[in-house]
Design a binder for this molecule. Sequence first.
Ligand SMILES: Cc1ncc(COP(=O)(O)O)c(C=O)c1O
Length: 452
Amino acid sequence: MLPVRLDRDDQRPLGAQLADQVRRLVLDGALERGDRLPATRRLAADLGISRGVVEQAFDQLRAEGWLEARRGAGSWVAGGSVAAARAPARRRTASVAAPLVMMDAGTPWIDPRHAATWRRAWREVSAATPPRGYDDPRGLPDLRQLVAERLGRQRGLAVDADAVRITGGTTAGLRHLLAVLPAGPVAVEDPGYRAAVATVRECGREVRDLPALAAVTDLAGCAAAYVTPAHQHPLGRVMPADDRLALLAAARAADALVVEDDYDSEFRYDVAPVPALTALDPDRVAYLGTASKAVLPSLRLGWAVLPDRLAERFDRHREVTHDAPPWPVQRAMVTLLRDGYVDAVVRSARRVYAERAPRVVTALSPYATLAGPVAGMYATWLLPHERAVAARDAAERAGFRVNLLRDYCRRAGLAGLVVGFGGPTDEELDRALDVLVQVLRRAGEQAPPSRG
Ligand SMILES: Cc1ncc(COP(=O)(O)O)c(C=O)c1O
């Protein structure tokens, strides 16, 4: 019998508790490389839980590389990376190839309890017959219908399926938009979304800096302005109503398009999601949504709602370039939306983030200042650059990737850390926070606090 104790009063799902404890047993050396785990049926009976819960926990540990399965023979503790993680001298240093635990702004927490729906979606894909030719460049009609319904429910956007385009994610949507916009620079928030900056430049356009927290009053000469109104990336602010109106007025005056990147608005746990900017002026704003937070970034799927005047050119561009998201991914997303997977994953991730965010805030607020409200799966901290670098480096030596705020800045010159909390397990998050706190506490003892 594994020395595992599940707590039914704990808010965390039983499967997550089981996975955490098995991971701990491996890390502590109580389970060693090659040790065989009990059969799922027996362990489920011993723990008084369903076998599905044990299977989900084991699936999660296999996906993380802690366990491996041998067909028909059960699960075993995996080799390589586990031994590296356990041996203190070799613990995930930069020279060891073990992957870092991503504590960036973009790695979401995915509830393993919903893995059955995920698998069902892909089974449906394998049973379906793909189209023989190139499909509708706008995306699968069923998917556009489901996305339109969801946008109405979640984002207050009254659109029908014909208004929705399926994209390969936010940056793919942006790339296609840039292909059909008139020439001219694109204004992007500073600090702002690095992949958007890179996409604009890759498309051969100049990036203009929009100070992230200031009202935009002048877009003269710009083809577009790229903004994150629901949750400024990465400072966290919600764009105030006056600034929304000023931005739309500036865009109208310059005949520029506003591109609304609505990447994580569903993950608010303090207030209800802030309505989309697009709802204020659908003729002036192109809306970009993504499955990267609610499902997975590796899915490479998103959606766009465009002003009518751009839609036809956008479709033609995609048709002639054959540049639309793969059919299997779209088909799987139909099932994931239709069967409630996306809503369920978002609901449980929101609960996890709501529980983790205060842990991060409590741990780090003695040493740094929050740049803005915490929502979604990350918190951004202002602190002197050298301290931020020391904390980032220490985290990396301990096996965690945390990003510097400076890396999101072009001219803004802000310093600090962007600490994501969707990627780690609970136990990893505690370890990472310990590392950050130790470094920041030491730095604070050596020098009086200052702002960076
Ligand atoms: C600001 C912002 N926008 C959009 C995305 C998602 O982009 P994509 O849909 O291309 O994965 C992310 C992901 O981290 C993001 O941080």
